[in-house]
Ligand binder design. Sequence first.
Ligand SMILES: [Zn+2]
Length: 175
Amino acid sequence: MPGEQEQCIFCLIKDKKSPSFAVYEDDFVISVLDRAPATKGHLIVIPKRHVSGIHELSEEEVSKLFIACQRIIFAQSQVLDCEGVNLVYSMGSGAGQRSPHMIVYLIPRYKDDQVSIVWNPAKLTDDDMKEVFNALSQVLKGAAMPVIAEKEPVVIEEKPKEEELIEKKPRVPDY
Ligand SMILES: [Zn+2]
């Protein structure tokens, strides 16, 4: 939708029609400081093409996006006194996507920061697990992907530790 793109803040940032602190740019992405950062050094990685989600990217574009993220995460790790970085991508409003333009957040994490990314484990029965395994693995077998699981699924008996659980609590950016 051309009208949507004209109004799109991320297209405006990409076209330099909206001021931003752009720390990285290549032929496919631009990365700017989030105006409402979760932490110091919180960046937004913006594909320059107006796409609503990862499903609209070619595999080459996904590669470019992740390579850019890798470079930026290295830089964040070098320059900022952070203890880690969360890469957050939300696809669909149900997952917290607020913008019609796909973006990825790279959020540096600091000791005792106030960022909350946790979830409680869902209680799924063995039948639930088998059902979703069968459905997903069947579809993925037909997909053009380099890795296809042919083995029996690995059953994880241990409950994950609480600090290992990650959930995106959608935060509403000021965009
Ligand atoms: Zn856009």
